[in-house]
Design a protein around this ligand. Structure first.
Ligand code: MN
Length: 262
C-alpha cells in the first residue's frame, strides 16, 4: 500500500468525502441493562461518580470514576462470552487480532416488519431477498439489522418485558447458521440490548446468535444506533473494544465510515 492511499483517506475524512457516523449510544446511569433471572449473576448498570471538578478535590482538573458490566450500552461481544466460543485461540477483547476491528457492513432494513411484530426474527429468506437487490453479502462483513429499536427511549420500552420475558427482534437460528457457513460473516449487530431476540431462550439452540456466532469465533455488536444513516452496503465499521484482560466484551465507540462519493 502506498503512503498516498492513506493520505487520500485522511483527505477524504477532512473534506467529508468520507463521513464518520457514530453508531454509539451515550453511556449513562439510565442505560438499560438486561435483568437475568434472579438465580444468575447480574451485570452492573453504568455508574459514574465525580472525583473532582476544578474544586477542593482537584483545583485544575475534572474527572470521574465509572463502573459497569462489560455488556453495557453499545458494546462488542467477543467469542469467549459464550461457552461455545470458550476454546478458540485469541477469543477475548485483549487477544482478538486488531485488524478484525475494521470491517464492512451490510444493513438490512426491517423497520416495517418490526413495527407490527416486536418478536420478529430475520430469516434466510429475508436475507436472500435483500441480496437480490443489493448483491451477495461479502465475506468478512458485519450484518446489521436495522429496526429503529434504538429510537425507543427508556428501559421499559427498550427492554419490552412482560411475564413471558423480553420481546425484541433478532436473527432466526437458521439464519445465523447460514451467515456463518454460507457467507462467512465477521459478526452480527443490532439495535437492541443484546444480539439475540428477546425470546431466543426458546430457540434451538437457545440464544442462537451467541451460541453459533461465538461458537464459530465471530463477534457481536449490541445496542447500536443511527443505523438509519447507513447505506445498505458500502459502510466500513470501526469497532475496537477496550483491551480488558480476558474480556468477554466491552462498551465500544462504534464508528461507521460512509463514502458520499458514490
Ligand atoms: Mn453482549
Amino acid at each position: 500500500m502506498s503512503t498516498n492511499l492513506l493520505m487520500q483517506f485522511a483527505q477524504a475524512i477532512a473534506t467529508k468525502t468520507i463521513r464518520v457516523i457514530d453508531l454509539t449510544q451515550t453511556l449513562e446511569p439510565t442505560t438499560p441493562i438486561l435483568p437475568l433471572p434472579p438465580e444468575f449473576g447480574q451485570s452492573w448498570p453504568f455508574k459514574i461518580e465525580e472525583i473532582s471538578r476544578y474544586d477542593d478535590r482537584g483545583p485544575a482538573w475534572y474527572w470521574n470514576n465509572f463502573s459497569c458490566g462489560e455488556h453495557t450500552g453499545t458494546h462488542f461481544d467477543a467469542p469467549i462470552h459464550w461457552v461455545s466460543g470458550k476454546d478458540h485461540a485469541h477469543n477475548a477483547t485483549d487477544t482478538i487480532a486488531v485488524d478484525q476491528f475494521i470491517a464492512p457492513a451490510c444493513v438490512i432494513d426491517v423497520v416495517q416488519e418490526v413495527k407490527d411484530n416486536p418478536d420478529f426474527l430475520l430469516t434466510q429468506k429475508h436475507v436472500e431477498a435483500w441480496e437480490q437487490e443489493h448483491g451477495r453479502i461479502p465475506e468478512g462483513s458485519w450484518v446489521l439489522m436495522r429496526t429503529d429499536w434504538s429510537k425507543r427511549k427508556g428501559a421499559k420500552d427498550y427492554l419490552n418485558m412482560d411475564e413471558g420475558g423480553s420481546h425484541v427482534p433478532g436473527p432466526h437460528a437458521d439464519l445465523v447458521q447460514f451467515l456463518v457457513r454460507e457467507r462467512n460473516v465477521i459478526g452480527w449487530g443490532g439495535e437492541s440490548v443484546g444480539t439475540d431476540a428477546g425470546q431466543a431462550f426458546t430457540s434451538t439452540p437457545p440464544f442462537p446468535c451467541h451460541c453459533i456466532m461465538h461458537g464459530a469465533n465471530r463477534f457481536g455488536l449490541a445496542s447500536l444506533t443511527n443505523l438509519d444513516q447507513l447505506p445498505a452496503t458500502g459502510a466500513v465499521l470501526i469497532t475496537p473494544p477496550l483491551k480488558i484482560v480476558n474480556g468477554s466484551g466491552s462498551p465500544c465507540r462504534v464508528l461507521a465510515l460512509v463514502s458520499s462519493a458514490t
